[in-house]
Ligand binder design. Structure first.
Ligand SMILES: Nc1nc2c(c(=O)[nH]1)N[C@H]1C(S)=C(S)[C@@H](COP(=O)(O)O)O[C@H]1N2
Ligand SMILES: [Mo]
Length: 340
């Protein structure tokens, strides 16, 4: 092991095998996401090519590329570094094979424990001119007609150096299991799940974006509202929300009805408005402030006469982005129920 140098491929020798195949565990329906912290068993999972089965004793993380001091770490050495905990929403963008025009809510909110990526990078000392960090997973295989010898993502160095980005080994206080990306994964709070590389084995400081399929063929989208066809990477999460209560089809006692749910975005939610029966009158809801990257609870008391009603909720982010009313993955969530 001493004779190897970081980044020469030996970081992949902890791989026992890849359990091949696409795997998606759907999230529960919005009305079932009623706890602030989503238990691991209720959190969606997305695996494109297959789950990597890893020998924890052989696992190493190589930190290399455009750095002054490349090095590698064992699991024990990683866990000996000062841990950071962060609570963050965790959201999957949806299928990278189709345009993001349909409602998607693959969402949960969890606590991650790990070491700040910035701590690990600083020890390596990135060179002048480097502007990205490429992260490799130990999985390989194919997605659709494309095959890849690894799952590789990239992060601008500016995001990689942010305090919230972790090289994580625990979720909700427990070790990451195989499908969750254990023993170690990247976690990029505020950005879509696709950026949080599971079965992490390599961090390479580079100039420019990764050239692998998961950053070129997949996970780029048209800039919403731009007519010129400009594309952008699937990075920061746009404002979104779900109504937890009432649940669709519920019979609720009126006239005072409590509507509540969760709202989130990469930069945090500034306000949430609710509309009753499509009347176009959006009224502000009570909104809990954000402390870390967690989803934020909103609550609205609605005065509703007996009969069927539809409530819609729309979140606005701190940068002023608003959920679209339709035609987009983060379009407003509407729930229809009966008041008696
Ligand atoms: N190595 C690797 N990392 C990966 C993936 C993958 O297929 N391979 N899927 C990504 C996607 S699209 C998402 S949404 C998140 C899902 O993380 P989870 O399964 O723990 O919810 O992991 C990301 N990291
Ligand atoms: Mo995803």
């Amino acid at each position: 092991m001493e004779s190897s140098s970081p980044g020469d491929g030996t970081e992949r020798s902890s791989l026992i095998k890849v359990d091949p195949g696409f795997h998606f565990r759907p999230p529960p329906d919005p009305h079932e996401l009623s706890t602030f912290i989503t238990p691991d068993s209720d959190l969606f999972q997305t695996i494109h090519m297959g789950a990597a089965i890893i020998d924890h004793n052989l696992w190493r993380l190589d930190i290399h590329g455009l750095v002054e001091r490349p090095y590698s770490l064992s699991l024990e050495e990683l866990k000996a570094l000062p841990p950071t905990r962060i609570t963050s929403f965790h959201e999957c963008y949806g299928s990278p094979l189709k345009p993001p025009t349909e409602f998607v809510r693959r969402i949960g909110n969890v606590t991650w424990t790990g070491v700040k990526l910035s701590t690990l990078l600083r020890k390596a000392i990135p060179l002048q001119g480097a502007d990205f960090v490429w992260s490799d997973g130990l999985d390989s295989g194919s997605l659709s007609t494309i095959s890849a010898d690894r799952y590789q993502k990239d992060l601008p160095l500016s995001k990689a150096m942010c305090d919230e980005v972790l090289v994580a080994y625990e979720i909700n206080g427990l070790p990451l299991d195989v499908k969750r990306g254990g023993p170690v994964r990247l976690v990029v709070p505020g950005w879509f799940g696709t950026n949080s590389t599971k079965w992490l084995c390599s961090l390479a400081v580079r100039k420019g974006r990764s050239t692998g399929p998961f950053t070129t063929t997949f996970y780029n989208e048209l800039v919403p509202g731009d007519e010129s066809g400009k594309m952008r990477p699937v990075w920061e999460v746009e404002p979104s929300s779900i109504i937890v209560n009432p649940e669709p089809g519920a019979h609720v006692k009126g006239p005072e009805v409590t509507v509540w749910g969760w709202a989130w975005s990469g930069d945090g939610i500034e306000s949430v408005d609710a509309e009753v029966d499509g009347d176009g009158l959006w009224n502000g809801a009570l909104l809990f402030p954000r402390k870390e990257f967690e989803w934020q609870k909103f609550e609205k008391q609605a005065f509703l006469l007996p009969g069927e009603h539809t409530i819609a909720v729309r979140a606005t982010s701190c940068q002023g982005l608003q959920q679209p009313l339709s035609g987009r993955r983060n379009q407003v969530h509407r729930v229809t129920f009966e008041v008696f």
